[in-house]
Design a protein around this ligand. Structure first.
Ligand code: AMP
Length: 335
């Protein structure tokens, strides 16, 4: 099938002008997996022409603790999209038309005047949402995300843009960006696609060797423990968060008692219950409104590696930050 790869802003704009509407955009940073594919499929059910963008935005990665070198897997990504595009075509759904893979020069025309950390350049800020949770110790991260999404929206001019609920805060921020800056775009949020044991599928998972991967599911288990408790009638923040913390601490104790060649260390960054739109921390979940429980952990580098041990990319020598969330109660998709 004919899948165009566009690398410049003028070529993307020209190509966009030829597409039958409605047009959708799925922004990604590459290293595509079934989570991304689920968003493309969702778009194919709702729109006629689909564009996927692949751009590892340096402005949002620069301060991320584990993503200093986001590897390019463009060949594999294109092959995956080709296959999916053919599948969608066979099913008579929307057509996957193009992949926008811009260069840094295309996305940042004034690099010499671009320094988010020092407030130099042209950026989108969304206060206070961008400074909470994932933004708390990476203060420029969401400024980078919002800015690059606005740029992508301006180039591709989609009717609909698709984001994953796995990155709840990001999806919420993009919705705010679109509403507040009066962009005529419908933001659609897709469900989190998970591995069999519950770990959200993520580009970051390839950095986890077998040992860290096995323990990483603790985040999902911790959130699920609170979710179960909520379903049984508990609604206070203190009890729900305690349920998550207990699961994490129990796993930490278990790991601490192992030999260093067997154990995995991880740190809890946060567990937090918040209002699904304002992100205000809640003391108690109102069952009529519901809430979101988010968590983040840092998987620490392995301390000792056995000969022949199956390792992840960069050999498990780096800190990998994992995030996940669950809905408590009746939040619909249109938050
Ligand atoms: P990324 O390439 O990591 O920036 O992700 C691109 C988009 O895919 C974002 O909107 C993510 O929220 C979404 N996404 C990533 N992983 C998943 C997943 N497991 N399930 C659903 N959506 C996902």
């Amino acid at each position: 099938m004919d899948l165009q790869i566009l690398r410049t802003v003028p070529s993307m704009r020209q190509f966009r002008s030829t597409l039958p509407g409605p047009v959708s955009l799925i922004p990604t940073m590459g290293m595509l997996h079934s989570g991304h594919m689920s968003l493309v499929k969702l778009a194919a059910h709702q729109t006629s022409s689909i564009i996927v963008s692949i751009y590892a935005n340096p402005a949002q990665l620069r301060t991320s603790e584990d993503h200093t070198a986001y590897p390019s897997t463009l060949e594999e990504d294109v092959a995956l999209l080709q296959d999916l595009g053919q599948e969608l075509l066979n099913e008579g759904l929307g057509r996957l038309c193009g992949i926008f893979v811009p260069t840094n020069e295309a996305m940042y025309p004034y690099p010499q005047y671009t320094d988010i950390a020092n407030g130099v350049g042209c950026f989108v800020t969304i206060a206070p949402l961008a400074a909470l949770l994932e933004g708390a110790d990476q203060p420029t991260h969401f400024i980078g995300v919002a800015t690059v999404c606005l740029k992508l929206f301006n180039v591709v001019q989609p009717h609909k843009a698709y984001f994953g609920e796995k990155d709840y805060q990001q999806a919420l921020l993009i919705r705010r960006l679109v509403d507040d800056l009066l962009l005529d775009i419908d933001v659609v949020v897709g469900d989190t696609i998970r591995e069999e044991d519950g770990l959200p599928i993520s580009s970051r998972n390839v950095y986890l060797g077998k040992r860290r991967r096995r323990v990483a599911v603790v985040l999902h288990r911790a959130l699920s423990a609170a979710e179960d408790l909520y379903r049984k009638g508990t609604s206070t923040k203190q009890d729900l968060i305690s349920a998550s913390v207990s699961v994490a601490e129990e796993e930490q104790r278990l790991q601490e008692n192992m030999k260093i060649c067997d154990r995995v260390r991880f740190e809890v960054v946060y567990f937090q219950i918040f209002h699904h739109e304002t992100m205000k921390e809640l003391e108690k979940v109102d069952p009529v409104i519901g809430a979101v429980l988010s968590g983040a952990i840092r998987m620490m580098p392995l301390e000792s590696i056995a000969v022949g041990e199956p390792l992840g990319w960069r050999e498990d020598t780096d800190v990998i930050r994992l995030i996940d969330n669950v809905r408590l109660g009746p939040i619909g998709h249109q938050y």
